[in-house]
Design a binder for this molecule. Structure first.
Ligand SMILES: C[S@@+](CC[C@H](N)C(=O)[O-])C[C@H]1O[C@@H](n2cnc3c(N)ncnc32)[C@H](O)[C@@H]1O
Length: 305
């Protein structure tokens, strides 16, 4: 499982850039365009939230837990509608931002939540956090299935029979490469073109401590003992569009943001790990892995049985 240090390396490091680009409570997971790329990113994120509301029967007063709530976008959306919303998040920068912005969010590792922590919930959601459950080392050690089984058992314990769990996550797609062919930590980031294997090396450096499930089955199979599937659909094309919109937002001029970029120059010149982080950012491995179908993305509505 990714630990706080792993998550801080990505989410906390980009905290200020993110909030200046996508808003204090911006969403940082795939939006729902459903093929209509004429709508704005905000409209597509709203469409995702309305989809979850309808599918999970969320109303005023419903008690909802959002696991890995990022900068609190969904918690904020629900709270504004009179929903009894809770969020947990492990990256420190995100937790601090959520709390500063008055959201009902706790800085904690989701693995430590029990029915005693906040009581039981009517609905649980997780968007973009199930990807961080299994580390590369745990995968190599043959633990991935057990880790996901434990996760679904834990979530089932937070719900009553009939309670719904909305799970949206990246998984490995049809063109995933062989594990033994990945040149871990060896890819020269100054190259212009990368093989699929090199992209996997880069993506593992972008998201340390995280190894994805294989296909939608990698989520559905370990859930089987506790959940039935209500609906499942691929969000791969929506994710490609979402990432392109994020890139445009991150580079869009904003005086405060450009001052922030300027303040990074000394670190860029003197700190190799910072330079590498900037290069990884520029390569856009996250977009390429979806375009090449090394990654897939699924949105699954589960119901506790
Ligand atoms: C891709 S972001 C998605 C954020 C948010 N769900 C959204 O849609 O905007 C993944 C989030 O999961 C959080 N996360 C990952 N593993 C976690 C864990 N074990 N406990 C709590 N939060 C976790 C990260 O800090 C990050 O906020």
């Amino acid at each position: 499982m990714a630990v706080q240090k792993d998550l801080d390396a990505h989410y906390t490091r980009m905290d200020k850039i993110f909030r200046l680009s996508l808003g204090e409570k911006g969403a940082y997971s795939c939006a729902r365009f459903d093929g209509d790329f004429s709508i704005t990113t905000e409209e597509a994120q709203l469409k995702k939230y309305q989809f979850i509301e309808n599918k999970c029967n969320i109303k005023k007063g419903t008690k909802v837990l959002d696991i890995g709530c990022g900068w609190g976008s969904f918690v904020d959306y629900l709270t504004q509608r009179g929903v009894n919303a809770y969020g947990v998040v492990l990256a420190k920068g995100q937790a601090d931002a959520c709390i500063k912005n008055g959201l009902n969010v706790k800085h904690m590792n989701s693995k430590d939540i029990t029915p005693q922590t906040f009581g039981k919930f009517d609905v649980v959601t997780a968007m973009g956090s199930p990807e961080h459950l299994c580390s590369v080392e745990e995968y190599e050690d043959g633990q991935q299935e057990k880790i996901y089984k434990t996760y679904f058992k834990q979530i089932a314990g937070l719900l009553s029979v009939g309670g719904r769990f909305y799970c949206q996550a990246m998984v490995f797609g049809p063109n995933m490469v062989k594990f033994e062919d990945i040149p871990f930590n060896k890819t020269d980031l100054r190259k212009k073109v990368f093989t699929n294997e090199e992209l996997m090396d880069i993506i593992c450096r972008v998201f340390p401590g995280s190894w994805l499930p294989y296909g939608k089955e990698g989520l559905i199979e370990p859930a089987k003992e506790h959940f039935k599937v209500i609906s499942v659909d691929s969000g791969r094309l929506d994710y490609i569009e979402t990432i392109k919109r994020w890139t445009a937002a991150f580079t869009k001029f904003n005086f405060k943001k450009y001052l922030l970029f300027a303040s990074y120059i000394p670190a860029y010149l003197t700190n190799q790990s910072f330079r590498e982080w900037m290069r990884r950012f520029k390569i856009q491995a996250n977009l390429l892995v979806f375009e090449r179908e090394i990654f897939e993305h699924y949105r699954i509505v589960f119901e506790k049985i």
